[in-house]
Design a binder for this molecule. Sequence first.
Ligand code: NBP
Length: 477
Amino acid sequence: PTAQIGVTGLAVMGSNLARNFARHGHTVAVHNRTAARTRSLVDTYGEEGTFVPAESAEEFVASLEKPRRIVIMVKAGEATDAVIEEFAALLEDGDVLIDGGNAHFQDTRRREKALRERGIHFVGTGISGGEEGALNGPSMMPGGSVESYTSLGPLLESIAAKADDGAPCCTHIGPDGAGHFVKMVHNGIEYADMQLIGEAYQLLRDVAGYSPAQIADVFRTWNTGRLDSYLIEITAEVLSHVDEATGKPFVDVVLDQAEQKGTGRWTVQIALDLGVPVSGIAEAVFARSVSGHSDLRDASRHLTGPTPRTLGTNEAAAFADQVEQALYASKIVAYTQGFHEIAAGSEQYDWNIDLGKVAAIWRGGCIIRAAFLDRITSAYEAQPHMPSLLADKSFAQEIAAAQDDWRSVIATAVTQGVPTPAFAATLAYYDSLRAERLPAALTQGQRDYFGAHTYHRTDREGTFHTLWGGDRTEVES
Ligand code: NBP
């Protein structure tokens, strides 16, 4: 046996990961259910490194050094279970099976437990960066035993993206489902980031009256500042692209119905289970859902509302600056919510996740890579147990400085009828957290009135109920 690592499942993601390993000098065993794909990979890219193609699972396993390390890159769900079953039967104590697909973390927990009982290390690994990342350096989020990371970590780190300071964008996230959980929240944050950018775009279009090409220039400028990130960069590219067939801006010929594969939805579902308010992320998921309801939208176009008033040139430029402030403030809140969910998951499942390291490995390779992740890392390094990113002084100060514009932009959106659900939800979250008193006291009163659900008092310990149907005396229960 000569191969240091094997990859099974050679569609686009698996092929690119295998090539990435090979390009980094590792001998890579390659296997696919349909052998034609294996042959095609070696025929086309064999020159890039050392591949050991195998037609059968037995031949594939036999070509690997011990402990064997096998990356599974097949369709998430039943296909992954089928492949795990096939290989688990051929593996020995101490071997490592890696699932690099987009699995649900609960599936990963189940698989890890079952394989652990059979002596096999199962490493559910979140991989971000799409096809391009898989080939040239993804951000990798492996979850599994510490022991498995000792053998696997250096291999993964060698092919992972490198941040500007040279650090690999890969770290041991925690046991069992931790890696896939963090990947899930990464995608949820990605949804929020994209929606916030979309709302900024719509405001610049409808209120500032800018063309897509002008907005592309605005985003290019923003990308040289604190919003510097992959998503801002590609937004400028998409907005400046012109459709060849019609000569119109590309963004004007694309159907405005956003699709989703499910990880954003999972982020919100799990947040509900954990009781974590991820309102900005949830609004982003709902916004895609709203966009897709074409019947509902067609039936609602007659509903009345204001028509946005386009600003003059000088006002428009000033407004664009305010939108930058709003986007930045909302983005901080969306990340705050995502990191809260990771902290809650870590607590619930005893994962002991280092939040600063999570931010650090998102600095390169992945879709949400951004300059400001460095700041999140520093914030968590300084205060690993802070209850929220907003507890960090420098983020709090930045929001303080941005908030007049943030409020003004949202007020404009509301008066002019431009939908900005994620901007508004993140601001409401911020105001809720800083509020001295919330109407939850009234909610408790209502609950006690109709259901005798009881309440606590601000001035005394104990659980109380008011006899609403009687003389309204208070009793301690
Ligand atoms: P697909 O998700 O399209 O899966 C195709 C691969 O699965 C082929 O190799 C196919 O073999 C194999 N396969 C299937 Br389908 N059923 C199988 C079975 N029962 N037994 C064995 N093999 C089976 O490939 P992909 O788009 O490269 O994605 C791979 C994974 O990576 C997925 O989990 C996906 O969610 C994830 N992904 C991640 C990103 C990202 O940015 N991180 C992007 C895209 C995909 P065949 O050739 O014999 O049909």
